[in-house]
Ligand binder design. Sequence first.
Ligand code: G6Q
Length: 546
Amino acid sequence: MRQPSLTSTASYQALQSHAKDAQQWQMRDLFAQDPQRFERLSSEAAGLFLDYSKNRLDGRTLALLANLARERGVEKLRDAMFNGDKINLTEHRAVLHTALRAPKDKQITVDGQDITADVHSVLARIRTFSDAVRNGQWLGHTGKEITDIVNIGIGGSDLGPKMVCLALRQFAHPRLSMHFVSNVDGHDMDAALSRVNPETTLFIIASKTFTTAETMMNANTARQWFLKNASEAALAKHFVAVSTNVEAIKKFGIDPDNMFPFWDWVGGRYSVWSAIGLPVALCAGYGYFADFLAGAHALDEHFRTAPIEENLPMILALVGFWNREFLGCPSVSIAPYHQDLNRFPAYLQQLEMESNGKRVTRAGDTIADYETCPVIWGDVGTNGQHAYFQLLHQGTDVTPMDFIAALRPAHEFQNHHAALLANCFAQSEAFMKGKTADEVRADLAGQDPAEIERLVPHKTFPGNRPSNTILMEYLTPATLGALIALYEHKTFVQGALWDVNSFDQWGVELGKVLAKKIEAELNGEAQPAQHDGSTNGLIARAKAAV
Ligand code: G6Q
């Protein structure tokens, strides 16, 4: 169905004229004028608190943005997603990662099939298997307990479980070390294999399609490495698969009893809640995996039922949309002030950029008069402060920030935690307030006046730079589940506003096809094809180096 173009809608145009005023606003003034601003522009759900008061907007901006969301049918599309309608229009698929975390009694059907029953039957298998590995009942082929788990997968079959296992480090089983091999670069596999013993290692081959080139190459290498000192019969104790493709896993030599299925209505980057999350259940235990799902479900229920103005994912999406469309911000930086969330920015990079990095509408029209997904990037605080925060404070682009922190630590070094939170809050304050030329002059008072004037422009901070702060009490499986679901739904809402299909990723295909051709040429299995001059030259240099 073809929607009227975004920019032609009445609410978009109302926002455009409102933005002419808002672009002149100084956040310092907005805070001075409204002592209740923090209370007014903050909201809470599912164990997460969102402060969005340090943005260049006011109540009217939000009301206009909420009108736009209504006019663009965001709530209708949300309901269609939860309902299992095939909203992934280019792949004719339902989008039901929310069903993976729904309770047993929730009836959801796809093509007449009760998928909640399917989901819970796989969860029961995950529970039995992860319990057996963790409590030492599942043994390697020489009778030893498993000590190392190597997950082989890439993209959505890697980033989620890796990020979550790291984030839940404090809940990890003391005997089990987790390894993640994703890159086709042999150094990745080499590093993992050099740290593990085949007798005590369990490999998880995680691939929805079981055809992904990198994963297949890594899986075959792991299999050959394992078979150097073991028979084919021993594979059953050391190789399991997570996939939708039972035929391919049989061909690879994995017993279908060792396969944990999922379904085509789970997108790769939304799959950590499915059997792709098996490493999480192994590492943290099934109970915590269930808490992780429950945390996400709590956020789902909030997203499904709360009015737009109080709805965390809606607000986060609308504020981001405002910054992108009307304040012209080309990127968003994610700053978790929690070391265990150090892979969270990379996870969000895939989630948001693969979902909404699109340039045609759902009906296939080229988007010419508005911007879509900004670049998502970042790293943990306080590290980033000593690296790229310079640009964020004084560079020519304005980059909105998302600060994420837990109010209480899971360690006993209270002084570290106070220092961490102080830095987190100080940064958002500094981005918002900046430092005026007069404040710099006051700081330098007493020095040579000419030297002061020379330094003033360098030491001035423009401020007025937007940020959100997301707080939780502790980083637990449940709050982590809610946090990821918050960003999933933010991504959904923005995709709906931009009218793009957030659930396909055709843009990754071209490079895959070309790489296959070039690989054959590098291996001497195909005649050199006619590439452009640069590509020909690079191939020739690589061949000469062999
Ligand atoms: C995610 C993408 C992509 C995918 C990988 C791995 O949404 O589709 O990152 O997860 O390409 O695919 P397989 O799981 O099929 O190996």
